[in-house]
Design a protein. Structure first.
Length: 277
């Protein structure tokens, strides 16, 4: 089994969005998304998104620099809350123009998916963004994946025998309906933070339970995080054992979740997002 970096992912965030290597001309094809007061690009959106969007007064458009900057009226709100509300307003205002916005906006407010808006200094600001807006803004997505496989012994040593995959549910409201998918994968949520750092293994715990009925033993991981914060060695406490249930209903250890790789890429979302078949 493998996971993305289960300690900290700010190295991935610092490397950022790999749009430069994906055939885009940054000066012609993309618009930079920023927030006033944060000295870094938080996303890059395609021309079709910029031109179709009905921008609210919270956003300043700089056509010369091809830059869109969120500068909300703080009023009685704090900076973080003002930014969060401005992004939600934009999503609702454009619900008739973008399919994914429409599905998001018709939900009760407490059911609307809100995800972290990642940047390199979360200790200063903890920001969030509507899930479909993040995709179109080209904002960084941070998540975990779990590859599950079995091995067998051969003359050459241990080799991978089988890889587990899942089948997505089918239906008009399901993205990528009926397709094969990663066995366990999901984005880091706002609750997956400790000491203002992302803790991806908490996301792994939740996604493994929801998607595959697996239990990742994180009791020792919580202790490990506390010990690491205090400057102590915690390697002996961090087991990450994964439990599953066999056909007879018995719980057994099926493996360990081991850290292997971290991946970055640029996702090509446009105004068709939400219409996947």
């Amino acid at each position: 089994m493998s996971t993305a970096d289960t300690e900290k992912l700010y190295g991935v965030i610092a490397r950022g969005n790999k749009v430069e290597g994906d055939g885009f001309d940054i000066d012609k094809d993309l618009w930079e998304f920023r927030i006033q007061g944060i000295d870094e690009a938080l996303g890059r959106m395609q021309n079709c998104v910029h031109s179709k969007m009905q921008w609210t007064r919270d956003f300043k458009i700089d056509r010369g620099k091809r830059r869109i900057t969120l500068n909300p009226n703080i009023g009685r709100h704090g900076f973080e809350e003002a930014c969060d509300k401005a992004l939600a307003r934009l999503c609702v205002r454009n619900s008739h123009l973008f399919p994914s916005f429409g599905r998001w906006s018709v939900k009760a407010e407490y059911l609307r998916e809100i995800v972290p808006l990642h940047h390199s200094d979360p200790r200063r600001y903890r920001l969030s963004i509507p899930l479909p807006l993040r995709a179109l803004f080209g904002a960084l997505t941070v998540g975990v994946h779990l590859n599950v496989y079995t091995v067998k012994q051969s003359a050459a040593g241990e080799v991978v025998d089988r890889i587990w995959v899942s089948h997505r549910a089918k239906g008009p409201e399901i993205s990528y309906s009926g397709m094969l998918d990663q066995f366990v994968a999901g984005g880091v949520e706002l609750a997956d933070m400790q000491f203002n750092d992302i803790v991806p293994c908490w996301a792994l715990y939740r996604e493994a339970a929801e998607e595959a009925g697996l239990f990742v033993d994180l009791g020792t991981v919580h202790l490990c995080n506390l010990l690491k914060h205090a400057g102590s060695d915690c390697s002996i406490y961090n087991t990450r054992r994964v439990f599953g249930t066999d056909k007879d209903g018995k719980v057994k250890v099926i493996g360990n979740a081991n850290q292997v790789s971290a991946i970055t890429f640029y996702d090509y979302k446009d105004q068709q997002d939400g219409k996947e078949q």
